[in-house]
Design a protein around this ligand. Structure first.
Ligand SMILES: Cc1ncc(COP(=O)(O)O)c(C=O)c1O
Length: 413
């Protein structure tokens, strides 16, 4: 049987202090906050939830009524082309989730065991796992403090003769400085994959993410800006990548003989039901992005009056879509990140800690033993994200900010 890699905190040395405490228990009660008049509209404010306010039901009903519920229905192609167009790409390859979108895009490269793929250490585990599934080695780069994305200045020093690709992550919806990154990749003939799981609609120098490298991968999990429940997509302007990804997604059946397989394929297909939801969601992308940006502006305006809170970044060349509204706590705030989460959970407000970097994960700890990435570690130690759904109201945001103030004053800060 497969054994879990149990990592005890005392094995981690001083890295142990960045690891968050246990998840606080969310209490389903938010007391009305008199300052804002009305009672909140629900007992908890979740960190995220879908907004299914368009043609979702209509299109799903149509898929059911016409008996097209598998991966062969027409919504798949419609969703692929409408989403790809939104992100400025020629092709879209819909698939089962964002992890397999990463896997599919990288699989088109034909990586060999021992090949290396550069990724940020400050990311969600799927970025590293997709590389590992292919037998290649994720090589880590630290984050940089301005955008929380990978530090491009450190990328070149991590390139070796085995490096085949760079995966960048548009973290929490903030784009990476792609021109600088692409120049390095071009110099070393490396494939660039944008992990845009969190950044639907984000723009870099007014160009949409998803079209800025050789390929990009998106997630449509329930907490993403556009969701299909579970789902993902590879977008690309390269016909060779798109054709191969379509084929690999579908067991790599061959055109000349159906049950004849010349590649190791996968069943990573999306269903027509999911694509029906995805098409309806894509029609609303601009509205969702506008809502997230307005919510972020409201949070930032209120939170900047509270000492010790660092609000999320937006570089001059970036349009951040604030998939998650992340904050960092400084000493001056007077409460630790975990203590604040506990206080908010008691008030029915759900939060998440920032990512735990890849070199601190039980499953990768031995591989990166002794490697240190101070910026990513610091983000992990001090960061959390607040409720961020597209359907959040101004009142929800005011309730959250008021609760943060209360937690602070209860702690005597
Ligand atoms: C940066 C990043 N990459 C990949 C994924 C994986 O997407 P999925 O959960 O759809 O497999 C996520 C999921 O949240 C993510 O945040």
């Amino acid at each position: 049987m497969l054994k879990a890699r149990e990592l005890q905190l005392d094995e981690m040395g001083d890295l142990a202090d960045i690891i968050p405490g246990q998840e606080p228990v969310l209490q389903a009660v938010i007391n009305p906050i008199p300052q804002f008049g009305k009672a909140p509209r629900r007992p908890i404010i979740p960190v995220c939830e879908p907004t299914l306010s368009g043609n979702e039901l209509k299109y799903v009903t149509e898929a059911v009524e016409t008996n097209w519920i598998s991966s062969a229905g027409s919504y798949i192609r419609q969703f692929e082309s409408s989403f790809a167009e939104k992100v400025g790409s020629r092709y879209g390859v819909a698939c089962a989730n964002g992890t397999v979108a990463l896997h599919l895009a990288l699989a088109t490269l034909g990586l060999d065991p021992g090949d290396e793929v550069i990724i940020p250490t400050f990311t969600m585990i799927a970025t590293a796992n997709a590389v590992t599934y292919l037998g290649a080695r994720p090589v880590l780069v630290d984050a940089e403090p301005c955008t929380w994305n990978l530090d491009i200045e450190q990328v070149e020093s991590r390139i070796t003769p085995r490096t085949r690709a760079i995966v960048v992550v548009h973290t929490y919806g903030h784009p990476v400085d792609m021109d600088t990154l692409n120049a390095i990749a071009a110099k070393h003939a490396l494939f660039v994959l944008e992990d845009a799981a969190e950044a639907h609609g984000a723009r870099y120098k007014d160009r949409p993410v998803g079209s800025l490298g050789d390929a990009a991968s998106f997630s449509f999990y329930g907490n993403k800006i556009i969701t299909t429940g579970e789902g993902g997509m590879v977008t690309t302007n390269r016909e060779d990548v798109a054709r191969l990804a379509w084929n690999l997604r579908d067991h790599a059946f061959s055109a000349e003989r159906h049950f004849w397989h010349k590649y190791l394929g996968y069943n990573y297909r999306m269903t027509n039901l999911q694509a029906a939801v995805g098409l309806a969601q894509t029609e609303q992308l601009e509205r969702f992005v506008a809502a997230r940006r307005a919510n972020a502006a409201h949070y930032t305006q209120l939170l900047s009056k509270i000492p010790g809170i660092v609000t999320p970044p937006e570089a001059t060349w970036a349009t951040n879509v604030f998939w998650m509204y992340g904050i960092l706590l400084e000493k001056e705030f007077g409460l630790t990140r975990d203590a604040l989460r506990q206080g908010l959970a008691q008030r029915g407000i759900e939060t998440r800690t920032f990512f735990i970097p890849m070199h601190c994960q039980p499953i990768y700890f031995d591989q990166y033993r002794g490697e240190r990435y101070p910026v990513a570690e610091d983000l992990c130690r001090r960061g959390l994200y607040l409720p961020s759904a597209s359907n959040l109201t101004r009142q929800d945001i005011e309730v959250v900010v008021q609760a943060i103030r209360e937690c602070r004053s209860e702690a005597g800060a």
